[in-house]
Design a protein around this ligand. Structure first.
Ligand SMILES: [Zn+2]
Length: 150
């Protein structure tokens, strides 16, 4: 049985990663990462709204998008495209499988290295005429079987 996994980097690890990429730990990047540590997977709009709700940091919606994109380009975050064509950023840049909640449009990390290895073995040896595989991402589409507790 796959276990739910929620691994996020702490702020000191984030600062060290920024330094290795010659990126400054600006108040805006720190505000974005604070939200990402809490949400794990989020769109630029979600991150912007959460920063505005908290207050205390001046930032535009475009800047939030640029920061998230820059962090993804630097390999600190990852980009995840959902089946509803929504771009989410993932604070966990390592390869992992997601459960995608099709009702709430949320991604959850699951620890299932055996499934990832099986998908790799089954797909990487296949040939798709005219295409070369760049990467394999596995999103398991699902919906909750219980109502959320309020
Ligand atoms: Zn993830």
């Amino acid at each position: 049985m796959a276990k739910l996994k929620k691994r996020v980097n702490d702020m000191e690890a984030f600062r060290r990663m920024l330094a290795t990429q010659d990126l400054k730990a600006t108040p805006q990047r720190i505000a974005v990462h604070e939200v990402m540590m809490e949400k794990v997977h989020a769109s630029a709009d979600t991150v912007y709204d959460a920063i505005m709700e908290k207050g205390g940091c001046k930032i535009t919606r475009a800047s939030v998008y640029n920061i998230l994109s820059g962090l993804a380009d630097a390999g600190i975050y990852a980009r995840r495209m959902t089946s509803s064509s929504k771009m989410l950023f993932d604070v966990n840049a390592y390869r992992h499988i997601h459960l995608y909640d099709t009702r709430n449009h949320e991604l959850m990390d699951i620890e299932a290295d055996d499934l990832l290895a099986a998908a790799d073995m089954g797909i990487r040896r296949r040939r798709f005429r005219g295409y070369k595989i760049d990467d394999i991402e596995v999103h398991i589409l699902c919906h909750p079987t219980r109502k959320k507790l309020i």
